[in-house]
Structure formats: structure tokens, C-alpha cells
Write a protein that binds this ligand. Structure first.
Ligand code: DGL
Length: 293
């Protein structure tokens, strides 16, 4: 059966930079975006937690009517994509499919690089060594990977064009002068693209993989016409965190106004819609917490 919408999943707001590229390339498709902002960032979390969170999020997107889910988060793509595919889409013709960002990003870097690719991402993305493995399948390129955990919070603060951003980038790219291509393997970093270009030597190509992910998705849809019906460019947005905060940050990442953000919360082990989000002040005491024995 044809799905009505394409699901896009990220740990939080950052994946909206990927969605921006997807919508620019595929304006006739409808999307539903789920940002797990209440539990972000994922980048320093252990693999088991990322597997648990990602199962809950893709299940929510399937329940939203998605036959196809794009994992926009590099951390999840690097750590959990194979697990998700084996669990939910084990056969080539499984009714539901899950795609990631790692392979299109690696292919784009290899196609652009003359021989030495630098990869910047979260601590978990880099620790997974998934980019090293995927690039090695494509060519004999040298890969230097480096975790850059300060950069996502800098983007969330809106400090992309600040001295703090320039100093952090300069520190992270120290010693990478022999690289010719710098792959921005974290959803937040495309917002820092201009600052990266100011800081890195002129011969280094700074690569936002978003457009390559969009081209890969377009190709996949053409090869799999039974999965997603064309729509009218509609967008729905869900998040696990505070919806209004999500909308404010999200609009910068998407580069466009966001519709009203719906809240989903973990209820009995599943992410379900919840109407009201209250942010408590002061002490919080659970009503029926029995004293420990
Ligand atoms: N979305 C994550 C990624 O692309 C970055 C933010 C996080 O650490 O959750 O790896």
C-alpha cells in the first residue's frame, strides 16, 4: 500500500537542515518530521540508548502513516540504521523502509575529494567509525575523523556567526590542512558552513551532505514507485520536547516558518500524542511514590 507521507527522524531540531534539502528537491511530497528534542542531544549517548530511542521514534512515524522513514540524524544513521532496517524492513520488498544519511554523504565526499576526507561529527558518530567503513568501500581515500561536540550547542544558541564559533571550528580543524574535503557529518553543522569557509584554508571544500541526501532520496523514490504517493508539499512536525521552543529553533534550521508543533511523549514505552505540555516550576513530587523499603 502506498504511504501518504515521508517520515523524517532526528534527535532534535538539526534534522530540519536535512528536511530543508529534501523539500527543496521534492516539493511535491508531504513530510512528517519527528524531532526527539526532549531527549537530545544523542551525540554523547551510548549505543543501546540510541537503539531504544530510535525504535520508539520510527514506530511513531510508522503510526503517522509513513511507509518510508529517512533517518536524518548522523548519529542514529551511523549507530542504529542497520538495526532499524533489520527490525522493521528485513526484506527488499518490506512494506516499510528506512533510509539513512551516511551512504549518500560518504558517496558525495568521495566524488568530490582528491584523496583526503576529513569528517566532523558527534562523539558517537566518530566513535562508530561508520564513515571510515563506508568511505573505504568506495575508494582508497584517506579519512581523518574528529568529534566536534561543542558545535551543535553553539548552533542551538544561535552563535553561528560569532567569535566562539570561529575559535571552536579553528580548534577542531587544527592539523587537518592536508584534507581537501571536509564533510559536515552532523545535522547542525550546515548552519556553520559560512563560518567553516572563513576558517579553513581555501583549498578545503566544505561539504553539506543535505543536497546529496535529497538526490539519493529522489533516486530511491523513482526506483521504488510503490512506496510513497505524491502529495502537495504539506508538513507536519512532532517533537518530544517543548513545542514552542522547538518551533523557534526549528525555523532557523528549516529556513522557513514551521506549522504548529505537536507534542509526543513516552507513555507505556511508546511515543504517543499528548495535548498539553506543562513546564513545572519549583519542586516536583510524584503523587504516589512509595517510600523505599
Ligand atoms: N542530530 C545529531 C547528528 O546529526 C546532532 C545532535 C545530537 O547530538 O543529537 O548527529
Amino acid at each position: 500500500m502506498l504511504g501518504r507521507v515521508i517520515g523524517v527522524y532526528d534527535s532534535g531540531f538539526g534534522g530540519l537542515t536535512v528536511l530543508r534539502a529534501l523539500r527543496a528537491r521534492l516539493p511535491e511530497h508531504d513530510f512528517v518530521y519527528l524531532g526527539d528534542s526532549g531527549r537530545a542531544p544523542y551525540g554523547g549517548r551510548d549505543a543501546d540508548t540510541i537503539l531504544d530511542f530510535s525504535e520508539q521514534c520510527v514506530e511513531r512515524l510508522f503510526e503517522e502513516g509513513c511507509a518510508l522513514v529517512v533517518v536524518a540524524c548522523h548519529t542514529v544513521s551511523c549507530v542504529a540504521l542497520r538495526h532499524l532496517q533489520q527490525r522493521y524492513a528485513p526484506e527488499k520488498d518490506s512494506p516499510r523502509r528506512i533510509l539513512g544519511v551516511t551512504i549518500p554523504a560518504a558517496e558525495e565526499a568521495v566524488s568530490k575529494s582528491a584523496g583526503h576526507i576529513a569528517v566532523l561529527g558527534t562523539a558517537r558518530t566518530i566513535a562508530s567509525r561508520t564513515f571510515d567503513a563506508e568511505i573505504a568501500k568506495l575508494g582508497p581515500h584517506r579519512v581523518t575523523s574528529r568529534a566536534a561536540p561543542l558545535l551543535a550547542p553553539i548552533v542551538e544558541e544561535g552563535w553561528e556567526d560569532s567569535e566562539v564559533a570561529r575559535l571552536a571550528i579553528a580548534k577542531y580543524v587544527e592539523g587537518l590542512e592536508t584534507a581537501d574535503t571536509l564533510l559536515l557529518a552532523c545535522t547542525h553543522y550546515p548552519l556553520l558552513e559560512r563560518t567553516f569557509c572563513e576558517v579553513v584554508p581555501a583549498h578545503v571544500r566544505v561539504l553539506d551532505p543535505g543536497p546529496a541526501v535529497a538526490i539519493a532520496l529522489e533516486g530511491w523514490l523513482a526506483r521504488h514507485p510503490g512506496y510513497v504517493a505524491r502529495g502537495r508539499g504539506a508538513l507536519r512536525v512532532l517533537c518530544t520536547g517543548e513545542p514552542e521552543t522547538f518551533r523557534q529553533h526549528g525555523e532557523r534550521m528549516l529556513g522557513a516558518p514551521l506549522p504548529a508543533v505537536q507534542h509526543v511523549a513516552l507513555i507505556d514505552g511508546r511515543l504517543a500524542h499528548r495535548e498539553r505540555v506543562e513546564i513545572p516550576t519549583g519542586q516536583v513530587v510524584r503523587p504516589s511514590t512509595p517510600p523505599p523499603r
